[in-house]
Design a protein around this ligand. Structure first.
Ligand code: AMP
Ligand code: MN
Ligand code: MN
Ligand code: MN
Length: 281
């Protein structure tokens, strides 16, 4: 698979710089890469320069956090302009929500007897992103947990004691931001939400109705049967099929470049659709 349309750098919760990311993608055989940091466009200019040097096509992307029926749902914008004020202002709002939430998460940790988390997290944050993975890193450093997964399972995931629901944009709002910036709206990792298949079909119907155009069908560390089912759903709901590793660096070993396999036949790949021209210009 030469397309990988979902990845992260240090500008959100990834481990690699944009230059390192492009080199890692290239080494994995990727020829068309989207950088999709959470709620920020800040890494894109450097990634574009690095991609030019490395001979890759870079798709300017973003992964927007949204709230739908008390769930955190992620929407990818692919092919977005960097200077669209609707998108830029929306992302600024999310960046300030992130700071508010981080302080609330820290208060929750204090109640659990784990002090000074905001102070330590805010010291290590160097970009516009502050998120739960930053808390996971501090917990690991302090020896409270051994790894990322444990930090989420014990404290940070929805329903766990340090989880704080955030007032993210709605799905229709995020889609409006993306379209305002000339991009294509793709539902991220539909196989990863902890919901029933019936609820997933409700989400897909809502996403489509709101103007969503695509969904990830190929995704890291996903069983073949799941991929086949998502391919069927993409056809059923008229959403083009995208492919993304969700590479974050080496904190998430299951998410690697060059391991996505081939798009199942029977669904329309984003890059074979008329929408693709919006992603690459
Ligand atoms: P945030 O943007 O602060 O809500 O953090 C979300 C990020 O944390 C996701 O993009 C993942 O990288 C990571 N994450 C979320 N849930 C989990 C989980 N259950 N286990 C491990 N990592 C997770
Ligand atoms: Mn992430
Ligand atoms: Mn995500
Ligand atoms: Mn992601």
């Amino acid at each position: 698979m030469i397309y990988d349309l979902h990845s992260h750098t240090i500008f959100s919760d990834g481990d690699l710089s944009p230059e390192e990311l492009v080199n890692e993608a290239s080494a994995g055989g990727v020829k068309v890469l989207a950088l999709t940091d959470h709620d920020t466009l800040d890494g894109l200019p450097r990634a574009e320069d690095a991609a030019k040097t490395a001979g890759l096509t870079l798709v300017r992307g973003v992964e927007i956090s949204t709230r739908w029926e008390k769930l955190d749902i992620h929407v990818l914008g692919l092919g977005v302009d960097l200077d669209d004020s609707t998108l830029v202002d929306g992302l600024k709002f999310h960046q300030s929500e992130r700071i508010t939430r981080a302080q609330q998460v820290s208060t929750k940790f204090e109640k659990l007897g784990i002090e000074g988390m905001w102070e330590e997290v805010s010291q290590q944050v160097k970009t516009h992103y502050v998120g739960r993975p930053d808390f996971a890193r501090v917990l690991i450093k302090r020896g409270v947990v051994n790894n990322f997964q444990a930090a989420f399972n014990k404290y940070l995931a929805a329903g766990k004691p340090a989880y704080v629901a955030t007032d993210w944009a709605s799905i229709p709002e995020a889609i409006t931001w993306i379209k305002s910036a000339g991009g294509v709206a793709v539902l991220a990792h539909p196989g990863r939400y902890r919901i029933t298949r019936t609820k997933l079909t409700k989400l897909l119907a809502f996403f489509k109705e709101a103007g969503g155009e695509g969904m990830e069908v190929l995704y890291s560390a996903q069983e073949a049967s799941k991929t086949q089912d998502l391919a069927r759903l993409s056809k059923q709901f008229g959403l083009v099929a995208s492919a993304g590793s969700d590479f974050h660096g080496f904190s998430y070993p299951g998410m690697r470049f060059g391991a996505l396999g081939e798009m199942p036949s029977g669904c329309q790949a984003l890059w074979d659709s008329p929408l693709w021209q919006k992603c690459v210009n």
